[in-house]
Design a protein around this ligand. Structure first.
Ligand code: GLU
Length: 382
């Protein structure tokens, strides 16, 4: 086996990897059946990543493609209601296949069906993020798809490329691999233009790069190169490496590790740095917390903000909003995403985290602002 190529090291080094599998790989275009043998080789690849200590999330298409066969709707484009029905029928088959294959290796599988709103609305985003975090913490492998059965035309991703990028962002993944029927990005459509050149690395998504995204060449998948480039935009802004690679051969991830050709989009920051940059850049924090000197010392030592260290809370905010953190003299020392609403914060401030459940009647986070959601600001006069 040749040594892993260093160009593919994001995949080897990543702590958390999202792998997106397109319908055209999973489902045989002629028969409409699941490509089981191929899927087995992918599952073996995922298991190897996990054995190396990497956390894996799978974004899998294929529900509609599988359901079409079952419902004898193989020909022609589907109406929206038909694709929703096909997704309902196909998703259960898809999930079953993953469960069977992975549980043979004693890996627990979770099905997570997301809608566009789960990533675009902050509260729902935080809920989905917390669920993924919990599943990964429990050693479960989440298999994610869009909830196509309830998603209508205006409120759906429609393609799993962008869904996968949102998942990568949500999970703070450092690497996202889009496995599809193309092996990467070309300067022009290689099936039509003999002069089309392969691009193996994109450091910045320029208008020229965007212009390279043509239409979809595959009959089953909805995402063409254009949606992959949109996905890359989301991923790199979230500090995640993104790779477009050929998924058709058996063991597609192992091939990549061994140096198979693919296109890498490089992020400009790490996932945490990207999130912190976003927090620091909030134009108008929704509220402000005043903290005591002990809490200030804790924040400076890199710890989270607990309710016990907060003296006062002002403003109207929801869980998930960005708030300022102030010294008793009113200097802004930090900003962060708060885990409780203004009314709940008012009730728990100054209290110990162990008391939260007794006061609010539910067990939320111990921290008011978790350190991963907190950024210290440069102070001219500390
Ligand atoms: N969510 C769709 C499915 O599972 C696929 C969307 C896509 O092809 O990207 O069938």
């Amino acid at each position: 086996m040749p040594p892993p190529s260093s160009a593919h090291s994001p995949l080897l080094k990543a702590r958390r990897v999202v792998i997106k599998v397109g319908s055209a790989l999973l489902v045989d275009g002629r028969t409409g059946r699941l490509n089981r043998r191929w899927l087995e080789t992918l599952v073996e690849d995922l298991l190897r990543l996990r054995r190396r200590g990497q956390q894996v999330l799978l974004v899998s298409s294929g529900a509609i493609a599988l359901g079409r066969r079952q419902l004898s709707l193989l020909k022609g484009p589907l109406r929206l209601e038909e694709s929703q029905a096909a997704a309902a029928v196909g998703q259960i088959r898809l999930a079953h296949a993953y469960k069977e294959l992975l549980e043979n290796h004693r890996v627990t599988v979770a099905q997570v069906l997301l809608t566009l709103e789960d990533s675009e609305r902050r509260r729902r985003y935080l809920n989905a993020r917390a669920t993924l975090e919990t599943l990964l913490g429990l050693g479960v492998l989440p298999v994610i798809n869009e909830n196509d059965t309830v998603a209508t035309a205006e409120i759906r991703y429609g393609d799993n490329d962008r869904l996968a990028a949102r998942v990568a962002q949500m999970a703070g993944a450092d690497c996202l691999v889009l496995l599809s029927d193309v092996d990467g990005l070309y300067t022009a459509d290689p099936t039509r233009d003999v002069n089309a050149q392969f691009i193996d690395e994109v450091r910045r998504i320029t208008p020229e790069i965007e212009a390279m995204g043509g239409g979809s060449a595959s009959e089953f998948g909805t995402g063409g190169m254009a949606t992959k480039i949109l996905a890359a935009r989301i991923a790199v802004a979230a500090g995640c490496h993104l790779c477009i690679a050929a998924g058709r051969p058996h063991h597609p991830i192992r091939r990549l590790e061994q140096g198979a050709r693919c296109t890498w989009f490089r992020p400009s920051a790490t996932p945490i740095a990207a999130r912190k940059q976003w927090i620091a850049g909030t134009l108008r924090p929704a509220g402000a917390l005043t903290i005591d000197p002990g809490a200030l010392r804790a924040l400076r030592a890199g710890r989270s903000l607990l309710p016990a260290g907060v003296i006062d809370a002002r403003g109207r905010f929801e869980r998930g909003d960005t708030v300022s953190v102030l010294t008793p003299a009113g200097a802004e020392v930090a900003r962060g995403i708060i885990a409780y609403s203004d009314s709940d914060t008012a009730r728990i401030l100054g209290r110990k985290s162990a008391e939260i459940e007794g006061i609010l009647g539910f067990r939320g986070r111990d921290e008011l602002i978790h350190r991963d959601d907190l950024v210290l600001l440069q102070l001219s006069n500390p």
